[in-house]
Write a protein that binds this ligand. Structure first.
Ligand code: AMP
Length: 283
């Protein structure tokens, strides 16, 4: 496995792989790798002759009051996990190289970026789309792998790729959870033992919503009210949003139907957690 820092070195390496007629699978990450990331990496390995993982804590997608500085970073551990998962190349670029002082270009996926998480995190998805577009141009992958855990991000990236005619296939893999249902996230590391328990409320809420839909009590506003009621019972929890939306345009739905997305963001203490499910095969 190679760990490459420079853009030119990465391009040269990809050229060599292309000469061997190997397809390239790409998994963009911010590091602090866990089993969620590894499921994307394994899928990339099953489907490609070469797997590239980028590890880059992208400053552009953090707001001024967010956790850029304290975001967990551990290249040694990440590299060891990548090696075990048979990754071919870890791309570990420097922020100053990706965004030199005269940097001016930003990718904005309008509408989709201002909904759900975009409301509380203005500029976040512009930062995400910009870095992913840059990474796609550098890595030139056949397929890139994203997690359903960040549903809005995956929807925005798919739209960017389609609108800008980018020659890459996007695959979205299911959310990997702890045994008790908590969605794996690098930010779970911020939680105390008690908060870790409280954080289960997100998954419980989503299950409550599914239960209501299955039993036919499926009016979106009633489901949201029931979810709010559950979260209110947890003292450390503060709702950012709960939304039931169309999984293509992220607009609120008036009626539950298959393929709608139930998504929420909840603060547990100082940690903002997100989770979601897509309604499938129930109705
Ligand atoms: P991050 O390092 O948080 O930017 O995530 C990198 C990629 O891993 C994104 O496509 C995420 O959606 C995906 N990911 C993060 N957590 C999970 C999870 N629990 N299950 C599946 N994919 C995940």
């Amino acid at each position: 496995m190679k760990i490459i820092k420079e853009i030119k070195d990465l391009r040269d390496e990809i050229k060599k792989i292309r000469l061997k007629n190997k397809s390239v699978g790409f998994v963009p990450t911010m590091g602090a790798l866990h089993a969620g990331h590894l499921s994307l990496i394994r899928q990339a390995g099953r489907e490609n002759g070469c797997v590239v993982v980028s590890i880059f804590v992208n400053p552009l997608q953090f707001g001024p009051k967010e956790d850029l500085k304290r975001y967990p970073r551990d290249l040694k551990k990440d590299a060891s996990l990548c090696r075990k998962a048979s990754v071919d190349i870890v791309f570990y670029p420097d922020a100053k190289k990706l965004y030199p002082p005269d940097y001016k270009t930003y990718v904005s996926v309008r509408g989709l970026s201002s909904r759900l998480c975009g409301k509380a995190r203005p500029g976040h998805f512009e930062g995400v789309a910009t870095v992913v577009a840059k990474l796609f141009n550098i890595v030139n992958p056949d397929t890139a792998y994203f997690g359903q855990k960040d549903a809005q991000q995956a929807i925005i990236i798919k739209k960017m790729v389609s609108d800008l005619n980018m020659p890459v296939r996007i695959k979205v893999m299911p959310t990997v959870r702890e045994k008790d249902g908590l969605a794996l996230s690098s930010r779970n590391a911020y939680l105390s033992g008690k908060q870790r328990q409280d954080a289960l409320i997100l998954y419980r809420c989503l299950n409550k919503a599914l239960g209501l839909i299955k039993s036919g009590k499926g009016q979106p506003y009633k489901i949201v009210l029931a979810m709010r009621g559950l979260i209110r019972q947890i003292k450390t929890a503060k709702i950012d949003y709960i939304a039931i939306v169309d999984s293509h345009d992220l607009r609120p739905v008036e009626k539950i139907s298959n393929n709608c997305l139930i998504a929420l963001a909840v603060w547990i203490g100082r940690t903002r957690l997100i989770d979601n499910i897509i309604v499938r095969g129930i109705l």
